[in-house]
Structures are given as C-alpha cells and as structure tokens.
Design a protein around this ligand. Structure first.
Ligand code: ADP
Ligand code: ASP
Ligand code: MG
Length: 408
C-alpha cells in the first residue's frame, strides 16, 4: 500500500462544485488501495480577499495578526472538503497545521518549517482514514500560528511527503503541468514532461507562479518526486526530479516573468569605495531584500546605482533609501514601478554557449530595450519595460523554439 500526498490549490477548490470534484478524485485514489494525505489551499482568491480586508484597516498590520487572519482561509477549505468526502462514504478527518504539529520558526507571514510531527497523521492513517491538512500554516514552539509565505501550501505538501516518506507528492492545479512559460501569456506554451529541481527552483523564484520556490528547495533536499497536473482532467502532467543527463540537451527549458519588482535609481553618487556598501548596509539592516544591482562608471567622479526590490516593500524602503542617498550625498533618486523581469532558464546553458546572444537579438528585433541584466550558471534575467513584457516573452519563446514540443 503506497502513501501519496496530494495538494489541491485554491483554483481547484474555488466553490462547492470544485470541492466535490476534488473529493471524488481523492476517494478514487484511496480506493486504489493507497493511503492518502491531502493538503488543501484556501478557496479561490480567499487569501487575496483577506489581504485586501487588512489593507483597508491598516497599511502597517502586525505580522502576528496577519497570520491569525490568513490562516483562517485554509481552515474553511479543509472542513468543507472533509464533509464532501464523508458524503462519498469514505472516512476522512481534517486538521489545521497547528493540530498536526507543523512546527515553524517565528518569522510571521513567511515562516520556515523546522519540524513536522507525524504522530497524529499516522494514527489517523492507521484507522484507514483519509487525512486532510490545512496548507500554508504552522505553529511556533510557543504555539503561535504562522503562515509559510504565498503559495505556501506547496511547501506544506512537500514537507509532509518528506516527513511521511511518501511515494510522491502530487500537486493539482488549474493547468496541465509546468509549461515552457505561463500559458496565460503565450498560448503556444508547451507542457514540459520532466524538469530538474534546479530548473524548477529557478523558474519559481524568478516568477513562475505554478510552484512556491521554497517547496522545491525542500523537495530537492529530501528527494521528493513532485508531479504537477490538472485537477480537472487526466492528462499526464510534469514530473520534477533530480537532474538526469538527457535534461542537459535542452538549452532553454522555460521563461519566467516577474512583474512584482520596482527599480530604484540613486543618481549622482560620488564614485569612491564604500558608497555602495553604505547604501546596501542601510537596506539590509531594515531587512529590505535587493535583487538586481547595476552601477556604471561615468566620466565625472559621480555614478548612478540602480537596484530592484519587491514592489510590496517600496513603501517601507523609500524613506530608508532617501536616508541612504542623503548620507552618501547623492543628487537624486528615481522610482520606476513599470518594469518586468524576464528570465530564461535551462541547465543546458552550462554546456552550451550563445544563449545571451540569442536572447538579446530576440529583444533587439522587437526594439525592446534592456535596462539591467544578471546571469547565473543556468539563467539569464533582463529588466525591461513592463508594457513590452508580453511581447518579449512571445518573441523569446519563438526564438528558442519553445513553441514546439520537446521530445526529451
Ligand atoms: P493553485 O491555485 O493551484 O495554487 P496557482 O495560481 O498558484 O495555482 O498556479 C497556477 C498558475 O500558474 C497557472 O494558472 C498559470 O497561469 C501560472 N503559471 C505561471 N507560470 C507557469 C508555467 N511556467 N507553467 C504553468 N503555469 C504557470
Ligand atoms: N492560500 C495561500 C496563498 O494564496 C497559500 C496557497 O494557496 O498555497 O498564497
Ligand atoms: Mg499556488
């Protein structure tokens, strides 16, 4: 008898009809003589609605109270889903993250899992019950409720699969698997059959919403195979596993787009040692995460430094950047929220050259200007104007032949 962990995202349980559909799938898996543990997200857009409610009360909520609020979403879905399974005549029991004993650190709203207690789950499984666990939440050792960051139900599912040594972790969503790019942006995007953890991690952290990036880190660490597929059909999905040799043959595996960053430029900074350190030290002290950085030498003894941060941190970052700019005697600062980060990812880049050239020429052919560039072993990212982002993704998708199914 195999143990399978399944996770159903918000889009798969957005209303009673969807919840009943999910219940049927779970019962089918159970009746094929499997032990089933299910992780479920909040219904539809519930988390966004809760965030919006908080925003209408305050721009600066306490993170602890945010967790008290956000964790309620998943409690609604676990109970409804369990009732739907009961209606189908199967045993099922729901638990919150707190009840299961998903222990996290104290970083409210973005907590990390430090331990998973399997006792309650194992006891319920022994009683031949399906176990439904609320995703996205845990508790600290002081019994405070925490949440695991947006998309955190993926992390709950992978962590449970690792702790229970499940055969695999199945992620059910509203598309057929991981595609070469977001199918909402490029209609010709192709489903990828197999993908390495490393590639999925890059795609996810560069903006592909389909999987939470931290869940992939945990899957990689504990070697949990992940299977991403559609909760509404039976089509084969995408298997995410350790790298196998043939994966290297594919130059670019996918394209990710992230519209959640903003660019800050500090103009007329004196060009001498220690200036960048001063600016970024002040930002680091206030826990503002900086992504891309660019600095150019100019003819005068002054230079400009541009960097990107999350748009959601702009409000907090601005006074800090102003203070830093004043400290280093910069002339001015400028904010640009209309940017997008576009990235191409593929482990084949390690062994092949010419990816940057191909990427830049696709953008040049469409007269799209590149603002910033950063690279790593298996990815190249560019900052471009947000209004050109869709066109850019489509041009690059075509340039790298991603419109055609890759037979790997
Ligand atoms: P869930 O509600 O199941 O957690 P999400 O909305 O978090 O689902 O993620 C699924 C969405 O991710 C898809 O509807 C799709 O538009 C988007 N997406 C972005 N990039 C990709 C990609 N490379 N492959 C597949 N889907 C992607
Ligand atoms: N409900 C949470 C969110 O929307 C967690 C999740 O869906 O994975 O981010
Ligand atoms: Mg998700």
């Amino acid at each position: 008898m195999a143990l399978i962990v399944q996770k159903y995202g918000g889009s798969s349980v957005k209303d009673p009809a969807h919840i009943k559909n999910v219940a049927r799938r779970i019962v089918r898996t159970k009746r094929k003589k499997n032990k089933v543990v299910v992780v479920v997200s909040a219904l539809g857009d519930t988390t966004d609605i809760l965030l919006d409610l908080a925003e209408q009360i305050t721009h600066d909520p306490s993170n602890r109270e945010m967790d008290m609020l956000l964790s309620t979403g998943e409690q609604v879905s676990v109970s409804l889903l369990t009732m739907a399974i009961h209606e189908l005549g199967e045993r099922a029991v729901s638990f919150t993250g707190y009840q299961v004993g998903i222990v996290t650190d104290t970083s409210h709203t973005n907590a990390r899992i430090v331990d998973v207690n399997t006792k309650k789950l194992s006891n319920a499984l022994k009683k031949n019950s399906i176990v439904i666990v609320a995703g996205f939440q845990g508790k600290t050792i002081d019994e405070e409720i925490t949440t695991l960051g947006r998309g955190g139900s993926d992390l709950t599912a992978v962590a449970l699969a690792a702790a229970l040594k499940a055969k695999r972790c199945e992620i059910y969503t509203d598309v057929d698997g991981v595609f070469t790019t977001d199918p909402r942006i490029e209609k010709q995007a192709q489903k990828i059959d197999t993908l390495s953890y490393e590639e999925m991690l890059e795609l996810a952290s560069l903006g592909a919403q389909i999987m939470q990036s931290r869940s992939i880190e945990v899957a990689d660490k504990y070697n949990v195979p992940i299977y991403v597929c559609n909760s509404k059909n039976e089509k084969p999905g995408t298997l995410i596993t350790r790298e196998v040799k043939k994966m290297e043959k594919v130059l670019v595996r996918g394209i990710a787009l992230n519209r959640n960053e903003a660019k800050i430029t500090v103009f007329g900074v004196p060009d001498r040692p220690g200036i960048a350190a001063t600016i970024f030290k002040i930002l680091a002290e206030r826990n503002i995460n900086v992504d891309m950085i660019i600095q150019n030498k100019t003819v005068s003894n002054r230079t400009d430094i541009s960097f990107t941060i999350m748009k959601s941190e702009l409000r907090k970052a601005l006074p800090i950047v102003k203070k830093a700019a004043h400290k280093v005697k910069a002339k001015n600062i400028l904010i640009d929220e209309n940017i997008a980060k576009l990235s191409v990812v593929g482990i084949g880049m390690r062994s092949h050259t010419g990816v940057a050239f191909k990427l830049f020429s696709a953008l040049a052919e469409k007269k799209i200007n590149i603002d910033m560039i950063s690279t790593s072993e298996i990815k190249i990212s560019c900052i471009i104007a947000s209004k050109k982002a869709r066109q850019a993704v489509q041009a690059i998708h075509k340039k790298f032949n991603l419109n055609k199914k890759n037979k790997d």
